[in-house]
Design a protein around this ligand. Structure first.
Ligand code: AMP
Length: 175
């Protein structure tokens, strides 16, 4: 995964001072590396009998949808409040300052479905845990989480444990 790591660009102080933003757009420009990413997720997910992939807005859509196509299962977008056109269910969750709300279409999942949650990056885990809550609200089951990047020092795996211990990240940063 060295090539993948070399295609993740550090952008200091974005979107605000003190944040080191991990930019995956160089990776999106490299088709061969992108295929490697999708193949790695596919190899991981294949043994889990996944029925649907939930991708988190917006950078979770790219590899999330590609993975769903590879697994031949539905792709379900989770979006920020007010963006999805049909009837939705929502979950509010805490951010560093204030709260955020994410939503999913009310008819997106069927009870008992085995779901994989995908996003580009795992930081504190708040967003992925909120997406997992949306899945459980529909009586579906969270089987696994996948991320391109994980920031280990933010301990994002901790809030995910309540849903699944299957967490797979391609590139991990210890600090
Ligand atoms: P969290 O809920 O703290 O795990 O944050 C995850 C969400 O915020 C993901 O959708 C990421 O795309 C985004 N995010 C958080 N921190 C970063 C970072 N350092 N670089 C890029 N994206 C980030």
């Amino acid at each position: 995964m060295n090539t993948i790591q070399s295609l993740i660009r550090d952008v200091p102080d974005f979107p605000k001072p003190g944040i080191l933003f991990k930019d995956i757009t160089p990776l999106l420009q490299d088709a061969a590396a992108g295929r490697e990413v999708v193949a790695a997720f596919k190899a991981y997910a294949q043994k889990l009998n996944i029925d649907a992939v939930v991708g988190i807005e917006s950078r979770g859509f790219m590899f999330g949808y590609a993975l769903a196509l590879e697994l031949n299962v539905p792709f379900i977008p989770v979006r920020k409040s007010g963006k999805l056109p049909y009837q939705t269910i929502g979950v509010e969750y805490a951010l560093e300052y204030g709260t955020a709300k994410i939503e999913m279409h009310v008819d997106a999942l069927k009870p008992g479905m085995r779901v994989l949650v995908h996003d580009d990056l795992l930081a504190t885990g708040g967003t992925a845990a909120a997406a997992a809550q949306l899945i459980e609200m529909q009586q579906a089951k969270v089987e696994a989480f996948t991320f391109v990047v994980e920031l280990d020092f933010l301990k994002g795996r901790d809030p995910l444990k309540a849903f699944s211990n299957e967490v797979y990240s391609l590139v991990r940063y210890a600090d």
